[in-house]
Write a protein that binds this ligand. Structure first.
Ligand code: TA6
Length: 314
């Protein structure tokens, strides 16, 4: 039995669903199910899980997996006529064996290309042809990168528009001791108040109750400081102007069958998104949206970590 860490391995996951495991030489790993092209695990080189997946997640189509990184396409939330967050997260994707040229990072081999195309079924609810290519890459330092390329392949000359989010569930030790940096002074649409437009007043976002906000035209970097773990999770994004911040808190947690009553204490969604202004593509045009997640040690509690340095760092 080889002990060599194979960078990409296709195997069976929960309920026999196909999944791809990415492994990096220094020990970090990630997992992505072909169902929904859904990343369900991202571990650092100490084997610590950095994403949250509910203990009650069903891993049974047609329900989306509760946690990890659901892909919201071609609609975020219930903004249009489609099911909540669109259908991409409820579809079986295929491995893209012949992707168009796409620069890989150096000699890094720990990546997988997944593909979703129009189906007859989906044409009934969203009458457009598209090709959605997702590349999931585990970088040499354990960073996790998701790059989406969505092309309008309509032959009827029609443009289409969509909204999009990487609905990332981060694992946190205690939500009441988490700070989010990078969204200060930014306007947000408060979903709990009918998407009323507000402005972030605090010098960081902290959590004492349900939060469900779409921050608009946000910076490229957002930092999640986990006090207890002395860890900062950094989200960098490109092509995704907005950022959704969500914690269901106790009442909503109890109302979700696939979410534990107390699990809201150990998760936080920060979602790189394009929500306020839909993306419009003409036939032949392609949109690209990328998020890169990294985890850095932080001793913020002793005031040593300057969050601005993390946000302005390279
Ligand atoms: O991203 C926040 C949100 O839109 C919340 O309003 C809540 O509905 C959450 O997504 C989860 O949605 P889901 O359809 O996955 O249960």
């Amino acid at each position: 039995m080889s002990t060599e860490r194979v960078p990409v391995e296709l195997c069976k996951g929960i309920n026999g669903l196909d999944k791809v495991v990415l492994k990096e030489v220094r020990g970090s790993s990630a997992e992505v199910y072909l169902y929904g092209a859904h990343v369900t695990s991202w571990k650092n080189d100490h084997g610590e899980e950095l994403l949250f997946v509910s203990n009650k997640a069903t891993f049974k189509p047609p329900k989306a997996i509760r946690g990890g990184i659901p892909i919201c396409f071609p609609q975020f939330s219930s903004d249009g006529s489609l099911e909540q967050h669109g259908f991409a997260r409820n579809r079986l994707w295929s491995i893209d064996t012949d992707p168009p040229p796409f620069p890989t990072v150096g000699t890094n081999k720990a990546f997988i290309d997944l593909l979703l195309k129009t189906s007859e079924e989906d044409m009934k609810v969203w009458p457009h042809s598209y090709e959605f290519r997702l590349r999931v890459t585990l970088g040499p330092g354990g960073d996790l990168m998701l790059t989406s390329r969505i092309r309008n392949t309509n032959t009827d000359g029609k443009p289409f528009q969509f909204t999009f989010a990487y609905h990332t569930y981060f694992s946190v030790s205690d939500i009441s001791e988490v700070r989010v940096e990078g969204l200060e002074t930014i306007d947000y649409l408060d979903t709990l108040k009918g998407r009323e437009r507000c402005t972030e007043q605090g010098d960081a976002i902290t959590f004492e109750s349900e939060v469900d906000r779409v921050y608009v035209s946000t910076p490229t970097k957002i930092a999640i400081l986990d006090h207890e773990k002395k860890r900062t999770l950094v989200l960098r994004k490109d092509g995704l102007p907005d950022a959704v911040v969500w914690n269901p808190w106790d009442k909503k947690a109890k109302a979700m069958a696939d979410f534990g009553d107390e699990e809201y204490k150990h998760m936080l969604c920060i979602e790189a998104a394009s929500v306020e202004k839909p993306i419009i593509l003409k036939p032949g045009e392609e949109w690209k949206g990328r998020q890169e997640l990294s985890a850095v040690p932080s001793s913020y509690c002793s005031g040593q970590l300057d969050p601005q340095r993390v946000l302005q760092g390279s």
